[in-house]
Design a protein around this ligand. Structure first.
Ligand SMILES: [Zn+2]
Length: 395
């Protein structure tokens, strides 16, 4: 796709270090060419940029914020479609999240029988082959602790099993980037090592690990916590569990910032614990961007009321109906995080985690022009993917 040079002005530009009140972003050939601060730089450009500038279309944004495309590491679906249900369903749900600012995504697949998971993995591989912004697969299970299983089918949980892991990785054709597992299960640490040696992130989650067990997992190469505080042993002052071990090991902490899964003060606490390693995720299920009602999450029945998804049996919270734009909006307006920190948690931190920091995740020269334009109240006004408008919306 050819895209014409474009000069975006008039919005506050959020870079990894600062909010530029009079920022100017020049994009050409799908890439960010220059990021300038009109006040401080008086727009000094090299000869090449001068040429591009002359031919660039000037887009006046009249307020709001310009941020990188949002990156979701943990999401199961939207618009009544689930990422376990094949390429068409995946495309529907990815599109729904894209309208809410998610440019780059992993596809999270829920615990099921190995046969069923392999089928789901194949569907995800299919979907990724036609959408370059699907950057991999996250398996949530089946090696999870029964006592912390949340909304995963207890009859489908397995003890860590390298043969099953190999089946998954074979079906994934290099696209499986992360697996959530409980490292305290028998064989758990060996499984962490097997995953890490094959380039797969081991995510500690749905786990009853105590501090020592979690620390051992991070020492073995695990480097992220799946939805911190949810579905794990709580942080107790004499039994500080996964969260404290993750802090000590420098692991990334996922947070579901929907005001339901975590108290806003808990999100502030996570940010204080790991200011540059907090990753906002949605953990959204098919009921995101869709009406309340009855849904299936894997094989389990879920009722969604007021946007809160709960297992029909037992009532534990089951995924969210969150979208990344709302996660970011809440982080700024409800939680009170600094704008730069909140934006980094939705963009740069997950991009870096995926090893994509030289491609996406920041408003910086040389990176892809995947950009979201928010209004002053942090509602999405429009979105650019590789410098082209993503849909019919214009600022
Ligand atoms: Zn999940």
């Amino acid at each position: 796709m050819t895209t014409f040079p474009m000069l975006l002005t008039g919005a506050r530009v959020v870079t990894p270090e600062a909010v530029l009140d009079a920022g100017v972003v020049l994009i050409a050939d799908g890439t960010i060419v220059a990021v300038l601060d009109e006040e401080r730089d008086k727009v000094r450009l090299g000869p090449l940029a001068q040429d591009i500038l002359r031919s660039a279309e000037r887009v006046e944004l009249s307020g709001g914020y310009l941020v990188p495309g949002l990156v979701d590491l943990h999401v199961h679906g939207a618009a009544q479609a689930g990422y376990d249900d094949g390429a068409r369903a995946i495309a529907t749900a990815v599109q729904a999240h894209r309208r809410h600012g998610t440019s780059t995504t992993l596809l999270s697949l829920i615990t099921a029988t190995p046969d069923r998971m392999v089928e789901a993995i194949r569907g995800a591989v299919d979907a990724a082959s036609t959408d370059p912004r699907i950057r991999g697969i996250h398996l949530e299970g089946p090696f999870l602790a029964d006592s912390r299983r949340g909304a995963h089918d207890p009859t489908k949980l397995l003890a860590p099993d390298p043969a099953v892991l190999d089946r998954f990785l074979g079906a994934g054709q290099g696209l499986i980037r992360m697996i959530t597992m409980a490292p305290e299960l028998p064989g758990g640490l060996d499984l962490v090592r097997a995953m890490v040696s094959q380039g797969v992130h081991a995510a500690v989650g749905h786990s009853d690990a105590d501090y020592a067990q979690a620390a051992a997992a991070f020492a073995a190469g695990a480097d992220i916590v799946t939805h911190a505080f949810n579905a794990m042993r709580p942080l107790h002052h004499r039994d500080p569990g996964v969260i404290a071990a993750a802090r000590d090991a420098g692991a990334v902490l996922e947070a579901i910032n929907d005001g339901v899964h975590l108290h806003d003060a808990t999100v502030r606490l996570l940010h204080a614990v790991a200011p540059d390693r907090l990753a906002l995720i949605t953990d959204a299920m098919a009921a995101a961007c869709a009406a309340d009602g009855h849904y299936l999450l894997g094989s389990l029945d879920v009722d969604v009321e007021g946007g809160v998804a709960r297992l029909s049996e037992g009532g534990s919270i089951a995924g969210s109906t969150l979208t990344m734009d709302r996660a970011l909006r809440r982080a700024v307006t409800e939680v009170g995080l600094d704008i730069v920190d909140a934006v980094n948690a939705a963009t740069r931190v997950p991009a870096r985690f995926l090893g994509l920091e030289r491609e996406i995740g920041a408003v910086e020269p040389g990176l892809a022009a995947d950009l979201v334009i928010f209004d002053d109240a942090w509602q999405v006004r429009a979105m650019l993917l590789a410098g082209a408008w993503a849909d019919e919306r214009r600022p």
